[in-house]
Design a protein around this ligand. Structure first.
Ligand code: ADP
Ligand code: MG
Length: 554
């Protein structure tokens, strides 16, 4: 285009453009999915703006929201347009030009070379717009922000090689039009049937009408999947929707779809992914559930609808009781939200419990990916700690591998006759746990000990109820080893005799360690190590105390 100002892409953007063009070619059709998804987001954002800041968009016509995909055989172009919120000049620079967004670098690092997997990354990392360059060697985007006058139009244009130009243009209608000048050899896309197939494959669940060519009839179903009755939906529909929602390329491990009626009316469509996202541990990351009010997308949950320890759950919560202009502040004090949240939590925990029971292998996958997150709930959510206790998995001295596959129920079921405690060992890491001298006596007596070598396990031991099915939880690194009824009389005698035999040595050690050790005792807890340090009965377990200091807790 003539005129306008030239800008350079930020370095990483140029790299991404290059990757798009060269590495994702075998999945080239996804360019349309990404551009349609942006169009749909833009329409959602306009709808939200109409409620939240009506004065800014009062002059915009109330035309029916929609997306159109057109093509021109002679010009070799595909055009995607929407009547969404559009962008101002600055927004174009910020959103399309610089990619000064956090996901970009992560995206480049995460690229694996496997095209199928890498295609999925596009959606996850928010670099979808650039997928246009998979099939186009020039992209021209013309847009006008809702609420700004017709002379606030902006034209962005780039060949994806490192630079883009910006020009001011007249544009009567708000929204965005993207023209893709297809590369040589992409003519197969200039075909109504082909485009229709792509839209139906990737964008059927967009809840806005998508028209193709001059035909106004939408080619997609344009209705929210979760609003349809369960009986009409097959597992494959849910899986496909999940992939659309999350950008994940794998199927979810499990899902639940529930329409609840009564005092509050709402629909839950919740998924448990099969793989943790790259930012599961980034505190401010938001991608859990999307709140809708009467099928209109309102906002991404930031902890009001799903607690932190279920932040891996993805999906939709659609309420009929909240106002359309609901804000995060309103959510915080809302009774409806409180009700929905607790019902969603209960249902997710039940889903996991069923998975653990019916498909332990699947549950093992879940636990590997999200177990550490779920553990946080034991401390954070006392109301559900009994349910959470059932879901926990540990390694133990009986485990053949490093996989955490022992439940408390398994442990209790195989306790030795006369054993009345659940023994555990907290250690800084799994290998330190396995080689700890505290275990020697337990090994000798063939008593199973749970090995807690995960940084979040301190939450688990402090948060769990003191007893599980009537059995007290006992750290093996605390106090005199208390085997209860498992101690036999000859051992007791031997220990007492050793105590008197070594009274002299112990006296000298006590003197030497005065002020540094509470006590020095002869112990029967060791079989090969000469000595070990244990915490006093009344004190906090050492590892726990060390971790708590590390976290700044008292
Ligand atoms: P993401 O959609 O994950 O944010 P994209 O690369 O797909 O990442 O899009 C980048 C940004 O560009 C969007 O967040 C949005 O702000 C803006 N954008 C893209 N397409 C449109 C559009 N059709 N209308 C308005 N804004 C758009
Ligand atoms: Mg996008």
């Amino acid at each position: 285009p003539v005129g306008g100002e030239t800008f350079r892409f930020q370095a990483e953007a140029a790299q991404i453009l290059d990757l798009m063009a060269h590495s994702l070619y075998s999945n080239k059709e996804i360019f349309l999915r990404e551009l349609i998804s942006n169009a749909s987001d833009a329409i959602d954002r306009l709808r939200i703006e109409r409620f939240s800041r009506p004065e800014t968009v009062a002059d915009e016509p109330e035309d029916a929201p929609g997306i159109r995909v057109a093509f021109d055989k002679d010009a070799g172009t595909i055009t995607i347009s929407d009547n969404g919120i559009g962008m101002s000049r600055q927004e174009v620079i910020d959103n399309i030009g610089t990619i000064a967004r956090s996901g970009t670098g992560e995206f480049l690092r995460a690229m694996s070379g496997d095209q199928r997997a890498d295609t999925a990354l596009i959606g996850q990392f928010g670099v979808g717009f650039y997928a246009a360059f998979i099939v186009a060697d020039r992209v021209v985007l013309t847009t006008r922000r809702a609420g700004l006058g017709p002379d606030a139009g902006v034209r962005w244009s780039s060949d994806g090689k490192g630079e883009y130009t910006l020009a001011a243009v007249e544009r009567a209608e708000r929204g965005t039009t993207i023209v893709l000048h297809l590369r040589d050899g992409e003519d197969d896309l200039l075909n109504e049937h082909r485009l229709r197939t792509i839209v139906q494959r990737y964008s059927d669940h967009i809840s806005l009408p998508i028209a193709i060519g001059d035909d106004d009839a939408p080619v997609n179903r344009a209705s929210a999947l979760w609003a349809r009755p369960r009986s009409e939906l097959a597992e494959s529909d849910y899986h496909e929707y999940y992939r659309h929602l999350t950008g994940d390329y794998a199927d979810p491990l499990a899902y639940l779809h529930a329409k609840v009626e009564g005092r509050y009316e709402y629909t839950l469509l919740l998924f448990v992914p099969s793989q943790a996202p790259f930012d599961l541990w980034i505190p401010q990351a938001t991608h859990g559930v999307k709140l809708h009010v009467q099928r209109v997308f309102i906002l991404e949950d930031t902890g009001q609808l799903m607690p932190r320890h279920l932040r891996f759950v993805r999906g939709i919560i659609d309420s009929s009781d909240l106002p359309l202009n609901v804000s995060r502040e309103i959510l915080q004090g809302s009774r409806a939200v409180e009700h929905i949240r607790s019902s969603a939590v209960r249902k997710v925990l039940a889903l996991l419990k069923d998975m653990a029971k019916d498909d332990p292998e699947k549950y093992a996958v879940f636990w590997k990916q999200f177990g550490a997150v779920l553990k946080e709930g034991v401390a954070d959510d006392p109301a559900h700690r009994e349910d959470l206790a059932e879901l926990l998995r540990f390694t133990s001295t009986r485990s053949a591998t490093q996989d955490a596959d022992v439940s408390l129920a398994d442990y209790v079921a195989r306790m030795k006759d006369g054993q009345d405690k659940i023994y555990y060992l907290l250690a800084p890491n799994p290998s330190a746990a396995a080689s700890s001298p505290h275990l020697e006596a337990f090994r000798a007596k063939d008593i199973e000990v749970l090995l807690l070598g995960d940084a979040v396990d301190n939450f688990v031991v402090t948060g769990l109820p003191p007893e599980y099915r009537g059995k007290r939880l006992q750290s093996v690194a605390q106090g005199a080893p208390d085997f209860g009824a498992l101690e036999d009389a000859t051992e007791k005698e031997a220990a007492e005799k050793a105590g008197s035999d070594y009274a002299d040595l112990i006296g000298r050690l006590k003197e030497h360690l005065a002020g540094r050790a509470w006590d020095v005792r002869v112990t029967s807890r060791l079989t090969t190590s000469p000595a070990c340090v244990v915490a006093n009965e009344a004190d906090t377990d050492f590892t726990l105390a060390r971790r708590m200091r590390g976290t700044g807790l008292p």
